[in-house]
Design a protein around this ligand. Structure first.
Ligand code: UD1
Length: 417
């Protein structure tokens, strides 16, 4: 299994371009099956989660082709409505396919994605939403069978603004009779991105980005060419990396407005941040100060997907920080690994109290999940000596050749076997 071998202590310095958001692309790939015409999604990252989703599309009978960094999907011959078990249980985002397969074939079979390294991650809100659309849902062991012959639009209230459930209900209701209203919908930029592509395909969706989304069912959707939004979590990871290494990084093709929860905390405390419409310049401070509290919450709050990286920054900042993880139950697995490097952190339930130390020390550490793995890489960049980050496959799920991107900014990171 691949590892990253990092020599710490170098400041990042240079320019990086941010590619399309993984979490946007996954939902758009699910949407591609809503039409039998061609769908082209540009600027896609060649990362494992995206490859996995294209494999699911192929298993349904779609022809999927990469043309440089664009994915071309032709689902005119798609004839299967079952997500194969091996993908369904491996890939959590396969659950989005439930809504879009239902919309296309009026029936769908999926498997429960199960828990994962960051928490339980149930799909009860997805199922409840579909049931409210009058979809018959039968759960048998690990399988979920859906019949959408009599589906119709309805007002749905989500108990929690789940990103996945919001996207799934949007996908399921694009072509059913009547109007669907999702109350307490997730407001993430990736949801707005999904709305934009669906509307370009002929759907009638409005309100994304607010807590009420309305979907007026239409008869048919058509093909589309689409450029997704850029990845705010990748951009945020680079911003934190620049601050941690006391470096200077210019990020192109990013969306500063999507990153306010992070940049407003870091600016003037750990680094200077200068933003334009689509770029961000970060200049790290020699003595970054701790952020007093970092508390994750649904967008526009502080993203859970940046918690681990921001916590890594706190380990080498001056002062004490309290990090609260409100979204996922067990998203502190990186803490034990950071402690091996000399970080001073106490975890109690959903709280981590981090006291900044003058230095981290390189050693062997293990990534347990995608963002936690990225946090360990950032720690390796500033640690004294050499750090080996094991289980890089987790990081590869969401970052395209992270080692090369960081090396192009002056870091000393190598992929080894
Ligand atoms: C998505 C993102 C993920 C990100 C997360 C939060 C994708 C592919 N994944 O995940 O990277 O970390 O948003 O921004 O876009 N919940 C339930 N029942 C449900 C669904 C969710 O209880 O049916 C709970 C979850 O356990 C969790 C919380 O709601 O505690 C948030 O989950 P959700 O917003 O659904 O995250 P995902 O869509 O899984």
């Amino acid at each position: 299994m691949d590892k990253f071998y990092i020599k710490g202590g170098l400041k990042l310095d240079g320019e990086a371009e941010v590619y399309s958001a993984k979490n946007a692309v996954l939902a758009l790939l699910a949407a591609s099956i809503l039409t039998d015409e061609q769908v082209v999604i540009h600027k896609c990252p060649k990362i494992n989660d995206v490859y996995s989703m294209t494999k699911i599309l192929q298993s349904l009978g779609c022809v999927v082709e990469w043309q440089n960094d664009s994915i071309v999907i032709n689902s005119s011959q798609a004839d299967k409505h079952e997500i194969p078990q091996k993908y369904g249980q491996e890939i959590r985002s396969s659950i989005f396919m439930l809504g879009s397969i239902l919309a296309r074939f009026k029936k769908a079979k999926a498997v429960f994605p199960g828990g994962c390294d960051i928490g339980l991650r149930p799909i009860d809100l997805h199922i409840k939403g579909l049931k409210e659309l009058n979809v018959e849902v039968k759960e048998q062991g690990a399988n979920v069978f859906c019949n959408g012959e009599n589906a119709r639009g309805k007002k749905i209230h989500l108990d929690f603004p789940s990103v996945g459930a919001t996207e799934n209900i949007m996908l399921a209701s694009t072509t059913i009779k009547g109007k669907t209203t999702i109350c307490n919908a997730a407001k993430e930029p990736e949801i707005v991105c999904l709305q934009d592509m669906l509307n370009k395909m002929g759907a009638k969706v409005s309100g994304a980005g607010t807590s009420i989304i309305e979907i007026e069912g239409v008869k048919k959707l058509h093909g589309v060419e689409f450029v997704p939004i850029s990845d705010r979590i990748v951009a945020g990871t680079y911003i934190i990396a620049a601050a941690m290494t006391k470096g200077r990084v210019y990020l192109k093709n990013c969306r500063p407005n999507d990153l306010c929860a992070l940049t407003s905390k870091l600016n003037g405390v750990a680094c200077d941040i200068l933003s334009s419409n689509d770029s961000i310049l970060v200049k790290g401070y020699e003595k970054p100060q701790s952020i007093m509290t970092i508390e994750t919450s649904p967008y526009p709050g502080f993203p859970t997907d940046l918690q681990a990286q921001a916590l890594a920054l706190q380990t080498v900042s001056q002062g004490t920080s309290v990090v609260v993880e409100n979204i996922f139950e067990t998203r502190f697995k990186h803490v034990g690994e950071l402690a091996k490097m000399g970080a001073q952190i106490v975890v109690k339930d959903r709280y981590a109290i981090v006291r900044g130390v003058p230095a981290l020390y390189g050693c062997d550490v293990y990534s347990h999940d995608l963002r936690g793995g990225a946090a360990l890489v950032l720690a390796g960049l500033v640690a004294q000596g050499y750090t080996t980050v094991h289980n890089v496959r987790h990081i590869d799920r969401g970052y395209f050749k992270l080692e090369e991107a960081l090396a192009s900014l002056g870091a000393n990171v190598k992929r080894i076997q």
